[in-house]
Design a protein around this ligand. Sequence first.
Ligand SMILES: CC(=O)N[C@H]1[C@@H](OP(=O)(O)OP(=O)(O)OC[C@H]2O[C@@H](n3ccc(=O)[nH]c3=O)[C@H](O)[C@@H]2O)O[C@H](CO)[C@@H](O)[C@@H]1O
Ligand SMILES: C=C(OP(=O)(O)O)C(=O)O
Length: 437
Amino acid sequence: MEKIIVRGGNRLSGTVKVEGAKNAVLPVIAATLLASDGKSVIRDVPTLSDVYTINEVLRYLNAEVAFKDNTVTVNASRELSVEAPFEYVRKMRASVLVMGSLLARNGRARVALPGGCAIGSRPIDQHLKGFEAMGATVKVGNGFIEAEAAGGRLHGAKIYLDFPSVGATENIMMAATLAKGTTILENVAKEPEIVDLANFLNKMGAKVRGAGTGTIRIEGVDVLFGADHNIIPDRIEAGTFMVAAAITGGDVLVQGAVPEHSTSLIAKMEEMGVIFIEEAEGIRVLGPDKLKAVDIKTMPHPGFPTDMQSQMMALLLHANGTSVITETVFENRFMHVEEFRRMNADVKIEGRSVIMNGPSNLQGAEVAATDLRAAAALILTGLVADGVTRVTELKHLDRGYVNFHQKLAALGADIERISEKEETVVDEEAYITDMNA
Ligand SMILES: CC(=O)N[C@H]1[C@@H](OP(=O)(O)OP(=O)(O)OC[C@H]2O[C@@H](n3ccc(=O)[nH]c3=O)[C@H](O)[C@@H]2O)O[C@H](CO)[C@@H](O)[C@@H]1O
Ligand SMILES: C=C(OP(=O)(O)O)C(=O)O
């Protein structure tokens, strides 16, 4: 078993570079399947286990995929298969994002049902509602979702989402690019990752307008081509390092962080007394001696991101006074609370809220990550806990963070990652096909 071991007490300082965004790269790689002509070259791709998984899904679907030097190259011009099996979808729910592309490209898709996960049941009814409105017949059975477009091609439609779901917005947007006619998608997600996907689709020859607003209009085209694209910086990784600086009273330049992508987070942290300085290269974060308590409610973008909820909980445990966090996006995203309690945190759950009386007298303990952001949050707590914190279940961390402990160590944290027995290292090189050959 692998563990991260943190000894609390060090103040962080220096510069940390942000990777490309996981939540932008996964839909963009899924979108490369739409190109029946030419190669797509995706740059600034983080070396995360989720990226390896989506690459495997694409290879399974008969696309040629190479991943080298943070660049993914996809040639999807061959005939594609239509089925994404459970062994991939189980590893990563975002595999369901290939459904829109496959349906648009092949007129048919068969994707394993994603099932529930630690943070909530995460249904995909809104994705399916969109496909149906565009003329697909959708059947769910034997653990699969099967969708087939009448006459082999989807048609444009007017679709209103019940909730601004990120995944549904992306999946329907991809499906609509090759549909006959115009799709108008209302009450959509406005996350920066949606805008990044729309920009990539437009480079491929799609006609997508309005991404980043509440309504997206997609005029269907007959064919899409491979395109070259740089992924936006990861605002959640950036935010995690902002919290690392703040919690240790540190001084850290988060290189590549985009202020407009983190407005709600920065505003809340400023309320807590954290100082932010915009510099040419990124955002410099100065942690105060004493942090103030605040209340937070997670919301779809531009509201406070649920993906920063557990890291902010770590910060609020260290703040002076009573804070309340209310989680409105996922119904079960408080699994980390029990782990924080093992670290002597004064925190309790009341319905969809968590109440903290800070500052907690945090103590090092052995704790298990319950999802990827919880993994980061427990490590952040370890930075200020008294004694040694050991964090297990690191497979979650590796889904969303590249070299997390090395980056913290370079900023001055006393942290290491150990393996209690020989681990099998997955050699991505083995999968690499030379696309230029
Ligand atoms: C790979 C990726 O980009 N993941 C992000 C994406 O996940 P994901 O795209 O899965 O999140 P959604 O925005 O779709 O989900 C938000 C809420 O809507 C519900 N819902 C969603 C779809 C649907 O058809 N029906 C339904 O009820 C979900 O159960 C959840 O409670 O956005 C989330 C919300 O910002 C983030 O936490 C994830 O990091
Ligand atoms: C919940 C997350 O991701 P996913 O949707 O890939 O599980 C996340 O990035 O915090």
